[in-house]
Write a protein that binds this ligand. Structure first.
Ligand code: UN1
Length: 509
């Protein structure tokens, strides 16, 4: 997920609103005096607004504000913090339609999916609000008499939250809700393709009653704003979702200060279709997972691994369905597939189509789409290649667009080998009617998420979300596992014996 920042002066387009940073509870301009534009990817003539091009000095101000606010916030009882999360979730639910429409306009996903994205934000807000009354630690017996032993979670401090454009409401909520309920304060740096969604989100957070300084928003280039967050000694934890190369760079920089870093990176998710599968159901799952959100999900299916005996049958169904998908502006009810995020994304997808033509056989798609109403947007046809081999580049590299590779295999063991032969490990799925095969897959698939008889997308917020191998660095978002990123364990021993008792010594013999 690379980003392009267009620098312009605020004066050049007086008709569009200029939005500010949010620091210490105030909407303020960047000290840079520069802004960048956000435009509608379905029609780039539609200018959404001008956003502040933040700098390291802005980030330093935001971190200071977060640090100061943290003093009181971490001492606020967690159930009280949770109540603000509930209010925020409620506000998001009330504003769902407005947020969803703004999202479709800014990043292109079809309205129904944008509503789902907002809903995912509501879900995690409510889930984490409940954590305010749980946040379990352990209370265990001590090995010594008259002694109490327990562990509690403590906040880390200021959390740096760096988020992508593809889930512009859900992912910031996945990160900020656990961070905040646990007593951390946040500095939020959203992707430069979706600053408007981030602004709307933070407006609602302020309205919900998060105290000044607990949530700060700094828009601007990753190289300035993101790096400043990663390098600052007063930000002990960074949570990042995005491109693997950026994630690795963040991890390297942050490791110099021994920071905690939670990374959610690439995927090359596969669906295995066995010969006994319900092929109609499999087709539904594959089309939804490969072309939903225009293939721009970390969880998107980009590989189908199918037993040879049903290859032609499945391929015929996939082709029929893919060619019928209607491209267009996601705000129109007739649209199935929206645009890609920006011109760079279209170039990237197109370059992989060339790679695919050399490696496999193109079944459908393969071109930029410029038909009626599409000429001013970043549209690309849903594309399918067949006869792809597991180690081909299009079966290995994350394209992040509507490109699906079909890989024929002889049997289940070769399907498992092909599925796992990737550097990523986020999501996977199997379609089969054989319960034994389903359980084998649950065991054998080397991914953080496994689906049976469903596509690879659509994780729910109350189970851990994340992947193995180069998809991340072992952390998980969502579920109560999300608290692990944003808390530090403290073990507490209380000796009420009135005498010195030495562990491991005085209880022996
Ligand atoms: C992502 O693409 O980074 O499981 C997140 C899903 C969504 C989240 C995707 N709930 O597809």
């Amino acid at each position: 997920m690379t980003e392009t920042i267009q620098t312009t002066t605020t004066e050049s387009r007086p008709e569009a609103t200029t939005y500010n940073l949010f620091i210490a509870g105030e909407w303020v301009p960047s000290e840079s005096g520069r802004t960048f534009e956000s435009r509608n990817p379905a029609d780039t003539r539609d200018l959404i607004g001008h956003f502040q091009s933040g700098t390291p000095a802005d980030v330093a101000r935001a971190i200071r504000a977060a640090d100061v606010a943290g003093g009181l916030w971490r001492r606020t009882p967690a159930p009280k913090r949770g109540e603000i999360l509930y209010r925020f979730g409620q506000l998001m639910a009330e504003h769902k339609e407005r947020l969803a429409r703004a999202m479709t306009r800014e990043m292109g996903k079809v309205l129904e999916e944008a509503r789902g994205d907002v809903q995912e934000g509501v879900d995690i807000a409510f889930l984490m609000a409940g954590e305010g009354r749980r946040m379990f630690g352990d209370t265990v017996p001590s090995e010594l008499p008259d002694k109490w032993a327990m562990s509690i979670r403590q906040p880390l401090g200021v959390a740096g939250i760096i988020t992508p454009w593809n889930f512009p409401i859900a992912i910031p909520c996945w990160k900020m809700m656990p961070a905040l309920v646990a007593g951390n304060t946040v500095v939020f740096k959203p992707a430069s393709d979706t600053p408007h969604c981030a602004t709307l989100l933070v407006e609602l957070m302020a309205e919900a009653g998060f105290p000044a300084g607990t949530v700060n928003l700094v828009t601007g280039p990753g190289a300035e704003v993101g790096d400043a967050l990663v390098d600052d000694p007063d930000v002990p934890v960074i949570s990042f979702t995005g491109h693997s190369s950026t994630g690795k760079r963040i991890a390297e920089r942050a490791s110099r200060r021994l920071k905690r870093v939670s990374l959610e990176l690439g995927g090359k998710n596969g669906i295995v279709v066995l010969a006994d599968a319900d092929l109609d159901l499999a087709t539904d799952g594959i089309v939804w997972s490969a072309f939903g959100t225009t293939g721009q999900r970390c969880t998107a299916c980009s590989r189908v691994i199918v037993e040879e005996s049903v290859l032609d049958d499945l391929l015929g169904r996939l082709e029929r369905r893919a060619t019928r998908l209607r491209l267009g502006d996601g705000l129109q009810a007739t649209t199935d597939v929206g645009p890609l995020i920006n011109a760079e994304a279209v170039d990237k997808v197109e370059s992989y189509i060339e790679v695919g033509r050399r490696e496999g056989a193109l079944v459908t798609g393969g071109r930029r789409a410029t038909g009626d109403g599409l000429a001013n947007g970043h549209f690309f046809e849903p594309s399918i290649f067949t006869h792809v081999k597991p180690m081909d580049r299009i079966a290995q590299e994350e394209i992040f667009g509507p490109v699906l590779s079909v890989i024929p295999v002889a049997d289940y063991p070769s399907a498992v080998t092909a599925l796992n032969q990737t550097r990523y490990g986020l999501s996977s799925s199997i379609f089969t009617r054989d319960v034994n095969a389903a359980f084998r897959a649950m065991r054998d698939f080397e991914t953080g998420i496994v689906y049976v008889n469903a596509g690879t997308i659509g994780a729910e917020t109350h189970l851990p979300f994340g992947g193995t191998k180069e998809t991340g660095n072992g952390h998980r978002e969502a579920g109560h596992a999300a608290l692990d990123t944003f808390t530090e364990w403290k073990s507490i021993y209380v000796d009420f014996s009135g005498r010195l008792q030495r562990a491991q010594i005085d209880n022996q013999g």
